[in-house]
Design a protein around this ligand. Structure first.
Ligand code: ATP
Ligand code: MG
Length: 383
């Protein structure tokens, strides 16, 4: 008898001809997620098994696989020989101490001498005989003992299905660059694109010394949580301090944020080019703030040729918060901090500035030189 974690995978099975590729990436991702923990990853038909791990690490294994995209469901279970004696020994360990229960059997191996019903009846009967505190209820049992007869003379016995994240394995959809701030939205945006298989690299802009080390640490903490899903364990940081000072000095105050965002996009596109990222990702949501009107989004799009993915564009703040809570970034996102956008925030930002007005104001700046200078401040932080 062996303790295992059983993984069933999700949308991958839809991918017809590419199935082999998707499965290879999926198992590589599982290995990456389990890095540093002793284990063995085994492939059986339609399932993966994590085995040979240290007993005290089983919760950690469950936690890590719960964050891998492509996992449909997972269970802590026991792998045994498929004879009734062995199945019964495992079922005793999985069964509750008291209360209502049923046994549910699935036969992956259709040559097994007993039918699913017969196996369930046999094991259920034996469990009852052994423990008078149990009661069978096939319709609304409090507990279920699941038996899965596998090929190769093996069976899996387990007590529950945990819902996985679903989605596509990361890195099956190419690479993108997430603009990550310390707020609630951008980590959620990164999570959502990773769920569609994107490799999500992250870029943060800071305004040190106007913003302090705490602001950076906050983003690093967020990026660390995000990395459990994206499996990308680094983040790039770039200073936009001088850009903000120049904008503040020379341009109309109501365009501060709009102009800064155009710089952010330009810099992001350059960094994306160096990292082989084929799109930008932001946490923008239509109408959320002055810079996220259609005019605002258009003015940022106008300076880049890469597509900009905005997975939250139609989300309400409450929807975004719900995801942030689920993935574990919310608590950090709401800690107080100074974002670079807030440092030179105008009293009245322009809500619908025309592109010609923006471009006119921008002519007062040496855009190329400022972008190059900002790129020279680039640092890569390993998480
Ligand atoms: P968030 O909650 O993610 O901070 P927000 O509601 O504060 O978003 P904005 O500040 O307008 O909205 O930012 C919109 C998007 O621009 C963010 O979701 C993020 O993708 C990007 N962004 C904003 N500030 C930064 C920053 N300092 N570094 C990198 N990207 C940023
Ligand atoms: Mg923000």
């Amino acid at each position: 008898m062996e303790k295992v974690v059983i993984l069933r995978y999700a949308e991958i099975h839809l991918k017809g001809k590419n199935r082999g590729y998707f499965e290879r990436v999926f198992s590589t991702n599982l290995e990456r997620a389990l890095k540093g923990l002793r284990h063995e990853l085994r492939r059986t038909s339609g399932r993966y098994l994590v085995a040979a791990f240290d007993e005290e690490k089983s919760d950690e294994i469950m936690r890590r696989v719960s964050r891998v995209f492509g996992v449909h469901s997972y269970s802590a279970g026991l792998l045994v020989s498929n004879d009734i004696e062995s199945i019964f020994e495992a079922a005793k360990l999985v069964a509750p101490e008291s209360g209502s229960f049923k046994v549910q059997t699935h036969r992956g191996d259709k040559h097994y001498p007993l039918t699913s019903m017969e196996i369930s009846a046999e094991i259920g009967g034996r469990l009852l005989g052994e423990n008078p505190a149990l009661r069978v209820d096939v319709h609304t049992p409090k507990h279920t003992v699941y038996i899965d007869i596998r090929e190769g003379g093996k069976a899996l016995v387990f007590g529950s299905f945990e819902d996985g994240l679903h989605g596509m394995p990361v890195s099956t959809a190419g690479k993108g660059l997430l603009l990550i701030s310390g707020g609630i939205d951008s980590p959620v945006a990164g999570y959502m694109m990773a769920k569609r298989g994107l490799t999500v690299e992250a870029l943060h802009f800071h305004s040190y010394p106007y913003t302090n080390e705490g602001a950076k640490e906050k983003v690093v903490s967020l990026a660390k949580i995000l990395s459990e899903y994206t499996l990308v364990h680094r983040i790039t940081a770039v200073s936009v301090t001088h850009i903000q000072e120049e904008i503040h000095k020379k341009c109309a105050a109501e365009l501060n944020v709009t102009l800064l965002r155009r710089f952010m996009f330009r810099i992001a596109e350059k960094i994306a080019g160096r990292e082989g990222a084929k799109c930008l990702v932001t946490g923008e949501s239509l109408g959320q703030v002055a810079s996220q009107t259609l005019e605002g989004l258009t003015s940022s799009n106008a300076v880049v040729s890469l597509p900009v993915l905005r997975p939250l564009i139609g989300f309400d703040k409450e929807d975004i918060i719900a995801v942030a809570k689920k993935i574990g970034t919310y608590e950090i996102s709401v800690l107080p901090y100074e974002d670079c956008c807030t440092v030179f925030l105008p009293d009245f930002p322009a809500i619908r500035p025309s592109l010609s007005y923006i471009e006119e104001e921008e002519k007062k700046l040496d855009v190329d030189a400022l972008v190059e200078e900002a790129l020279s401040t680039r640092e890569v932080i390993q998480l």
